[in-house]
Write a protein that binds this ligand. Structure first.
Ligand SMILES: C[S@@+](CC[C@H](N)C(=O)[O-])C[C@H]1O[C@@H](n2cnc3c(N)ncnc32)[C@H](O)[C@@H]1O
Length: 242
């Protein structure tokens, strides 16, 4: 059953199975104030800018749509919208639908430059139940968000992303080999008082391994291509089987 699949995948070791949690990040919890969530999303934006994550993620998006003249792109789980903003700056004719399930984040993005951009629309969308027609987009992209979903939801998001778009690009944290993972958790643990580090630590425990990503794609009956590096992002491109 996909619902019971460990985050490390069907072949996860006993140690890897211990290094996961069902505990939710503050960003996903209804009992956490919007100010705390806003602080985490702002920190994600700052850290992404500092380490050029938004630029590197935009490069991956632009590579996927390189052969399409006026690509229609759907960003899911956009949070602060920096990835879509970068794509719009770097591609003169791309149209981007910038979305998140969190209505507070959507309101903040709509109030920003994205709200007035002639090639952007800002919407509330749940990645597991996308309110869009089949094939409406050329590409759906979900960056640093896939680990928020449990395996059933993650397979559903892949099915939905590839229903509404020709391809779905998932960019997410890597799942490190267990000894390195333990070292990373030990470094992060003293910082859990900081909401950004709290969510980072849970993200690490919830990240999917490459074999888990392949199992999720196979469960959704999709062709998936996974590239990974334990010290960098991992990237999945999913397409409907032809
Ligand atoms: C860690 S943030 C990533 C934000 C941004 N994409 C980035 O790269 O920094 C995860 C985002 O996923 C969103 N999210 C969680 N579950 C979601 C779902 N089911 N559908 C769409 N977005 C979701 C959260 O609201 C949050 O904005």
């Amino acid at each position: 059953m996909i619902a019971d699949m460990p985050r490390g995948g069907p072949d996860a070791s006993c140690l890897d199975r211990l290094l996961q949690t069902n505990r939710q990040e503050y960003l996903d919890r209804d009992d956490i104030g919007d100010d705390v969530k806003r602080g985490i999303v702002a920190a994600l934006d700052r850290v992404g800018t500092m380490f050029r994550e938004h630029d590197r993620n935009a490069e991956l998006v632009l590579r996927e749509v390189a052969d399409i003249v006026d690509p229609k792109i759907l960003e899911l789980g956009a949070g602060h919208g920096a990835l879509s903003r970068t794509v719009l700056e770097q591609h003169p004719t791309a149209h981007v639908t910038v979305s998140d399930v969190n209505s507070e984040s959507v309101a903040a993005m709509a109030a920003s430059d994205l709200g007035d951009h002639p090639r952007a629309s800002v919407r509330t969308i749940d990645a597991t139940a996308i309110d869009a027609a089949d094939g409406e987009f050329d590409l759906a992209v979900f960056a640093l968000s896939f680990h928020h979903l449990n395996p059933t939801q993650a397979a559903q998001a892949l099915a939905e992303g590839t229903r509404v778009a020709k391809a779905m690009l998932v960019i997410d944290l890597p799942r490190m080999p267990s000894p390195l993972h333990i070292a990373k958790l030990a470094i992060m643990a003293p910082l859990v008082w900081w909401p950004f580090a709290h969510d980072g630590l849970i993200s690490s425990l919830r990240s999917y391994s490459p074999s888990a990503l392949r199992a999720l794609g196979s469960h959704a009956d999709l062709d998936v291509d996974v590239s990974t590096n334990p010290f960098d992002r991992q990237v999945l491109v999913a397409r409907r089987r032809t």
